[in-house]
Design a protein around this ligand. Sequence first.
Ligand code: ZN
Length: 339
Amino acid sequence: MERKKDILETNKTWGVVLMEPIFLKPVLQEKVWGGNKLYTEYGLELPKDAKTDAIGEAWCISAHPHGVSTVISPSQYKGIGLDELYQKEPQLFGKNETDGRFPLLTKILDAKENLSVQVHPDDTYAQEHEGELGKTECWYIMSAEPNAKIIYGHHAKTPEEFLDKVNQKDWKNLLVEVPVKAGDFFYVPHGTIHAIGEGIVILETQQNSDTTYRVYDYDRVDDKGNARDLHIQQSIDVTQFPDKKPELNTRIKEYPKATVTTYVDNHFFKVEKWEVNDELECQLGQNYYLATVISGQGELNFGDAVYPLHTADSFILPYGVKNVRFTGKLELIVSNTPL
Ligand code: ZN
């Protein structure tokens, strides 16, 4: 039997770089805390045989081996994984040759229930213990039910006090709860204790890593009666003591019919919200851009081509694309990493 991959191999031409937006198909992931909004409200395609009531994450722009998004268009690259595209067409990403792993991962998460209380390592610790990148992440709250909250930080002054409170299951005095609403943004650097609470949908931009150390999982078990692993020692190793809230230096730029908000701009990533109220004309910098539509619909105009955009569409504007124009009523989260 002919393998699908072999057919694709014969159809593409590497090295002929197309200056076109690259639309991607997300990978939906089952999670014990997930719900059904990603396919009922956001219209993402449910994988065959997936549980319909436990879809926690859509990995919208991902080259991570645990879930690689594939190209929808242009047709030259249709069906190719983002990991392979990054290796074979480095020019699209402003590079002459491949330099290992794609830097970022963007997801939409639907938390029907609370996510585990967790923390992620920095690059050095992750490299040494997990052989991958560390994880600094950030969240844009797309929707939140009334009284929704997150865990964002902790009250322990020392690792010893932290361990004490964990052993006593004194979560109330250990964890910092913060109420949230749609439109809020949170920067979650490595070393920050955090958890997304039930009833929240977020767009997450993060380093391309899947290393999570769990502190507390609400004593949950899966349908086979198994609890998920906890990683108390690793959590204490990587958590910052005392907890420190990162300062956000949000910049807002008003255009006649659009607003661009820059939330974070550091060596991990730059993350912005592009809010189109009729029209936004962008002059792009010397970089490539990852974009996901978080609400509304409209069009992306590029040269003579027009691409319709709907909520939850994800695409990459490759390096070398200079001018694009958005029309309609749209919000996008747009990110990249310094080249
Ligand atoms: Zn996390």
